[in-house]
Design a binder for this molecule. Structure first.
Ligand SMILES: C[S@@+](CC[C@H](N)C(=O)[O-])C[C@H]1O[C@@H](n2cnc3c(N)ncnc32)[C@H](O)[C@@H]1O
Length: 224
């Protein structure tokens, strides 16, 4: 959402509880040149990938470099296995020059974006006001596929209870499951589909069913 939008609010805040993501965003925002310098020779190779998997970085810049290297050179961006491809130019074959250039464009985009590292239970009440808009991308109820320490104990009920009473507006994207439909009964819901980002032998071109849920009218906008 942050990177695909073309109209930006005066105040924008990015929040996640995953410290690796937050550190990467902060380093790209505040130390892009140092990050590019650190990554200059982190070229795509299976040996390097294996070494970085077990490496314990010391500084925050090194941590960001390791994380960015692993997610951009791995299968499906999961940071676990070296991402070779037969066709196209994904994973391991992505251009190193483009990766470094993207650090600059993301740095520019983050210029006025505040980066927070909070549990949603604290974050949402803290920033809620009548003109606030929260786009929430929580872990799926069926598991989110991200390598996230927090996913197991994520409370979907707590998120719903909080969002139900906010002053501002929210838009949520979720997996289309009976649990989510039950939790958000009475809210505006649109069922939609997207192509699964990861192609593998068992899930080739799999369609993934998602829900968009909001506390303001979205059906008209979506259909228009
Ligand atoms: C489906 S992922 C979305 C990630 C991100 N929006 C993206 O597109 O890459 C769900 C995210 O929720 C975060 N998360 C899990 N529990 C959280 C909590 N209690 N408070 C805030 N964020 C949380 C995870 O760290 C994970 O990055």
């Amino acid at each position: 959402m942050l990177f695909y939008r073309d109209k930006w609010a005066g105040t924008e805040i990015y929040n996640d509880i995953d410290g690796r993501l937050v550190n990467l965003f902060r380093i790209v925002k505040f130390h892009p040149e140092e990050l590019k310098r650190e990554m200059k020779y982190m070229l795509s190779s299976r040996e390097l990938f294996k070494q970085y998997l077990s490496l314990e970085p010391i500084t925050d810049i090194q941590k960001a470099a390791k994380f960015l290297f692993l997610i951009s050179r791995s299968f499906g961006g999961r940071g676990q296995t070296f991402g070779t491809v037969k066709k196209s130019s994904g994973g391991a074959t992505k251009s190193h020059a483009n990766l470094l250039a993207r650090i600059d464009s993301i740095h520019e985009r983050l210029d006025k974006v505040l980066i927070e590292h909070k549990d949603f239970e604290k974050f949402i009440p803290e920033y809620d006001h009548k003109d606030a808009f929260f786009y929430c991308d929580p872990p799926y109820t069926s598991g989110c596929g991200y390598d996230v320490v927090t996913t197991g104990d994520f409370s979907h009920e707590k998120l719903r209870n909080l969002l139900k009473n906010i002053e501002g507006r929210f838009l949520l994207s979720y997996d289309d499951s009976p649990k989510v439909r039950e939790l958000y009964k009475g809210f505006e819901i649109i069922a939609t589909e997207r192509q699964n980002g990861i192609n593998n032998r068992t899930q080739k071109n799999k369609i993934f069913k998602e829900l968009l849920i909001a506390n303001y009218p979205i059906k008209e906008v979506y259909q228009g």
